[in-house]
Design a protein around this ligand. Structure first.
Ligand code: NAD
Length: 502
């Protein structure tokens, strides 16, 4: 298998092989730590997407009809290959996304967990059976694939987010067209080629690259039955509205602004460690990053000092050099994030650590911004309100528990939140009162394990189904209920009444 991250141009992957498509449009793919384009990626037209969907539709009948054993065996082989070659994938992630190698390895580990969960498919796809529900009548339900599934993924987890969806979709007998982010496209091709090496028939997993044009073609294509989307809130809302208007089943996971509440009885050293790890890991480009610490006034000065002290030890630089934090994804994004530091000063917040001053162990042309800490951020400021998606940690001072819950619940987002405390009663009250989909108790990044489902509330998830876990299998299957009677002479006679159980 050719490593797609070593080619000059990233092709689509359709019907089991690289495919150039008809479009002449391309986009540059940068190495964010070097600040230069390393290769380019093809940008599909709507017609190109149609070819990929046709390949998936052609592969569907045989794959949907394949035995549970066949699909299970593929997943086993895929899991083994992915585990054996994960270092290769990690280097692709670092080269195109910029995240440090250790973080890339963590992303792959969480993706592997979903493949391992999908291996429980023989059990999860079992239907239910009621013998003699009415006299001589059995009722049973079975789960069938929904059809061709479109998956659209964001730049920040180029391997993990596709792995949240396609192993489960394929396990359930669907075929897939994946449209990854055009900013770091190679991981998707690498995964598709690996799936082919693991024996996946051509056409079951296809990859098309592109932007809005490609996405909109998927959302409106009559042969696409379901859409799994992950990205920013405005696009998630567009995807949800467009695809549901075209009769599709949709789960669209959106943006986030995650709060971490620190109560006065918390262990402040552990809370400071957690805030730094969850605020600056992956340069803050995680939908589950902590971007706001809600510090109760009485301990806020102490907590801010402890966080700032830890930040002096963080090394920002090239992810291949053993640094703690890599660059941002593009120059435009880096400049946009840095702009919030000026906003903070204008809004009379206190810039405690200014990431623009950080030393960098990397090429001067990289898209660098060091870890930044801003205290006393007013909740009216754009620094508080916007999803910044960078290494900027805000501290909002609160009077106490009720005030903090009020702030969390007033946010339009409801992805993740955490409470740090040694008071079990307060933690329990927090968990019950916040309108948020994923909650950590002394755990700053509460991404559920693969056998629980992942997803937020409010503007962080449009649609009813979360990602992976039991919700994943429910989303990628349709249920049929069968009422069955094998006739014998006792069943004769005329009765025009509505069928009743006897
Ligand atoms: P994005 O919304 O810009 O892009 C996501 C996908 O949509 C990409 O594949 C992109 O090509 C496509 N896209 C972009 N503009 C489009 C348009 N106008 N119409 C149709 N499709 C379009 O997001 P991003 O910058 O790649 O990723 C970061 C965002 O994703 C953040 O907001 C982050 O919170 C969110 N995210 C959410 C989760 C979650 O689970 N809730 C997980 C990861 C990332």
């Amino acid at each position: 298998m050719t490593n797609p991250a070593t080619t000059d141009i990233v092709d689509h992957w359709v019907d089991g092989k690289p495919w150039t498509g008809e479009s002449t449009r391309t986009a540059p793919v940068f190495d964010p730590a070097l600040g230069i384009a390393q290769r380019s990626v093809r940008m599909a037209t709507g017609e190109d997407v149609g070819v990929a969907v046709a390949a998936a539709a052609a592969a569907l009948p045989a794959w949907a009809d394949s035995s549970v054993a066949t699909r299970h065996r593929f997943l086993l082989d895929f899991r083994e290959l992915l585990n054996a070659r994960k270092d290769e994938l990690a280097s692709i992630l670092t080269a195109e996304h910029g995240k440090v190698l250790a973080d890339a390895a963590g992303e792959i580990a969480r993706g592997l967990e979903v493949v391992e969960f999908a291996l429980s498919m023989p059990h999860l796809l079992k239907g239910e059976f009621s013998q003699n529900a009415s006299t001589g009548i059995d009722v049973y339900s079975v789960r069938e694939p929904v059809g061709v599934v479109g998956i659209v993924s964001p730049f920040n987890f180029p391997a993990m987010v596709p792995l949240w969806f396609f192993p489960i979709a394929i396990a359930a007998g669907n075929t897939v067209v994946l449209k990854p982010s055009e900013k770091d496209p190679s991981a998707a091709n690498w995964l598709a080629a690996l799936a082919a090496d693991a024996g996946l028939p051509a056409g079951v997993l296809n990859v098309v690259h592109g932007d809005k044009e490609a996405v909109d073609a998927l959302l409106t294509h009559p042969q696409v039955a379901a859409i799994s989307f992950v990205g920013s809130t405005p696009i998630a809302e567009h995807v949800y509205r467009t695809a549901t208007a075209h009769g599709k089943r949709v789960q669209a996971l959106g943006g986030a602004k995650n709060h971490m509440l620190v109560l006065p009885d918390a262990d402040l050293d552990l809370a400071a460690d957690a805030a730094v790890n969850a605020g600056f890991g992956s340069a803050g480009e995680r939908c589950m990053a902590v971007s706001v610490v809600l510090a109760v006034d009485s301990i806020a000065d102490d907590l801010v000092a402890r966080v700032a002290a830890r930040m002096t030890g963080l090394r920002t630089g090239d992810g291949r050099r053993g640094c703690d934090m890599g660059p941002l994804i593009t120059r435009e994004h880096r400049d946009r994030v840095a702009g919030y530091l000026d906003t903070a000063v204008a809004d009379r917040a206190r810039l405690v650590v200014d990431g623009r001053d950080s030393a960098v162990d990397g090429d001067p042309n990289g898209f660098w911004l060091g870890p930044t800490l801003i205290d006393r951020v007013p909740i009216t400021s754009a620094v508080y309100r916007d999803e910044i998606f960078g290494p900027v940690l805000s501290v909002v001072r609160v009077e106490g528990f009720e005030h903090a819950v009020e702030i969390v619940n007033a946010s339009p987002y409801g992805n993740g939140t955490a409470i740090f405390t040694n008071d079990g009663g307060a933690a329990r009250r927090f968990q019950r009162q916040v309108h948020v989909g994923m909650i950590g108790v002394n755990v700053p990044i509460p991404v559920p394990v693969a056998y629980h489902s992942f997803g937020g509330w409010k503007a962080s998830l449009f649609g009813d189904a979360k990602a992976y876990g039991p919700n994943g299998f429910a989303f990628f299957t349709r249920e049929k209920a069968i009422t069955s009677r094998w006739l014998d002479p006792s069943h004769g006679g005329i009765d025009l009444g509505f069928p009743r159980n006897r």
